[in-house]
Design a protein. Sequence first.
Length: 191
Amino acid sequence: MSDLKKAIEVIKQGGIVIFPTDTAFGIGCRIDREDSVNKLFEIRKRPKEKAMPVLFDSVGRVQEYLRPFDKDVKRLMQKYWPGALTIILNCKTDKVPSLVRGGGETLGVRIPDHKLVLSLINGANVPIIGSSANFSGEKTPYSLVGLDKRLIKLVDFVLEGETRGKRASTVIDCTKTPWEIIRQGDIVPDL
């Protein structure tokens, strides 16, 4: 079995996987299994009121989880996706578990520009959490050797590969007017 197939199986079964993205190494699980999401929060030692970003493989799938958004947001997606831009939008709270969204009504969404992680999401047939593969507040890993060995021991599988970036994604909150950049990363969007 290839590493990708193994990672897909682990995600499907509710496991936790570390994987490369176009920015940094990510850690994630399927968003629709509360036990998996809870375990991920515990592994990362992340406060439960802090939402986690979610990775998708297509705009069509993104739309299944979000409330309707305007054409300006759609243009932002078309221009910068796939890519290093995380967009915060209002989500369908009945489809996105409370823990994933930190108890709020918004969700940070992104389509990464990395074939391996897109294949992982597509193969699992469900969006996956795409948080940095680190303990909360610690250094973001951009290579396999940058991964904390203590973290590796806590996950179910590590999908090896290369990242292309050395910076995190830019995070923009499109639930506000005007839009607000929460974290400046790899992309400087035209607003």
